[in-house]
Design a binder for this molecule. Structure first.
Ligand code: ADP
Ligand code: S3P
Ligand code: MG
Length: 168
């Protein structure tokens, strides 16, 4: 079986980065990293607590600190949706290997996010989800080495689709 270097998943919250990521890590034998969990361990607080106490800009700063310092070798990195606001983080991820954009429609994302109302977003609470989607979409597109549709199919089929595209 082919061996892979580091693969990073980016995309909006609800696109499936964490769910697909762990499945893809199993398929590729890569070390699984969800940067949201590293942020929480480093901060000693949940993402929601960080947002509530310090605000979204602070969460983005913590996210960048994590992205610029964690080991990236031989890993499947599931990022948080706000990672694309840090050019330095994205540069480091891209230097480590392909960045895969899990693209999903606004309606898919809204349905998935509605199932988890306590999921915070590292953007101004006054900004609508639609506006966040519009703001971030060009950034995901800009950094993507590969774009994969994440609206249809299960997380397993999305993971297998990424594997097959990266194996070509
Ligand atoms: N391909 C998929 N089809 C259906 N549901 C999915 C799919 N991928 C993820 N989900 C569901 O969507 C929700 C958000 O997934 P998650 O992996 O946490 O996304 P992200 O890490 O991108 O925010 C979860 O409830 C997950 O089970
Ligand atoms: O898009 C965002 O602003 C965020 C997405 C979350 O991760 P997921 O994209 O894995 O849901 C998490 O990093 C934080 O709540 C902020
Ligand atoms: Mg996630």
């Amino acid at each position: 079986m082919a061996s892979f270097g580091t693969i990073s998943l980016v995309g909006m919250p609800g696109a499936g980065k964490s769910t697909v990521g762990v499945l893809l890590a199993k398929l590729t034998r890569l070390r699984f990293v969800d940067t949201d969990l590293d942020i929480q361990v480093r901060a000693g607080a949940t993402l929601q607590e960080i947002l509530d106490q310090y605000g979204y800009r602070h969460l983005r700063q913590l996210e960048e600190q994590v992205l610029l310092t964690i080991p990236l070798d031989h890993a499947l990195i599931s990022t948080g949706g706000s990672v694309v606001y840090s050019a330095a983080s994205m540069q480091r991820l891209k230097a480590a290997g392909p960045v895969v954009y899990l693209r999903a429609s606004l309606s898919t994302l809204e349905q998935r996010i509605a199932g988890a109302p306590l999921r915070g977003i590292a953007s101004d609470t006054a900004q609508s989800f639609e506006s966040v989607y519009a703001e971030r979409t060009p950034l995901y597109e800009k950094y993507a080495d590969l774009t994969v549709g994440a609206d249809t199919g299960t997380a397993e089929t999305v993971a297998m689709g990424i594997l097959s595209e990266l194996s070509r």
